[in-house]
Design a protein around this ligand. Sequence first.
Ligand code: DC
Length: 217
Amino acid sequence: MPTVIAIDGPAASGKSSVARMLAKRLGWLYVNSGAMYRAVTWLAVSRGVPPGDAGRVLGLLDSTRMEFGAENGESTIRMDGVDPVPHLTDPQVNAGVSAVASIPEVRRILVAAQREYATGRDIVMEGRDIGSVVFPDTPYKFYVDASPEVRAARRARQGLTDAIGERDKVDSSRRTSPLVIAEDAHVVESSNLTLDGVVGEIIGRLKLAGLTPPGQI
Ligand code: DC
């Protein structure tokens, strides 16, 4: 059975950097589930479809070949052969992604694709509902948090326009798979930690849980 490490948390909590570094140190595949929701949002925006229009978004998905793969230890996405990654943090995508992620049928399609990643290989997957919904049975669940001020400062340093407070509100209050802290998740408060510090804390917990012999990672 492949092992899954779930890293959840709010917007700009640093979970992507953490999950990527952890996966690298383990030699496992890093999967960014937020990028999948962003890719669908980009598809809608680029075709002039309002991200909140569930019927039209689903219509677009019906007529688009979505491929989820892996390259150089990381998940990849192609929409009708096009790599959407350069557009995934566009302001319009940031503004529309929570609406797209609230569409139950979109979640059903993407959760199925996320579970596919864990067939035959060990993965580190980051998102909002990875520990609570996508892989509820994994014993390795982490919730990376940071204060709203620290998170806003991180986005500002990245030079990105992103109303993270608004996104968190929608992500936490939607009906289907809202952002929650899974009951058995270990919460890492990252406001005063470096990236190395957060990854170190997670690796410490994994070793305690007997995942990897000390010294291997
Ligand atoms: O992690 P991120 O900020 O790139 O995620 C973008 C959006 O996608 C986020 O606002 C909510 C949604 N999302 C989700 O609903 N479930 C996930 N597992 C990952 C992301």
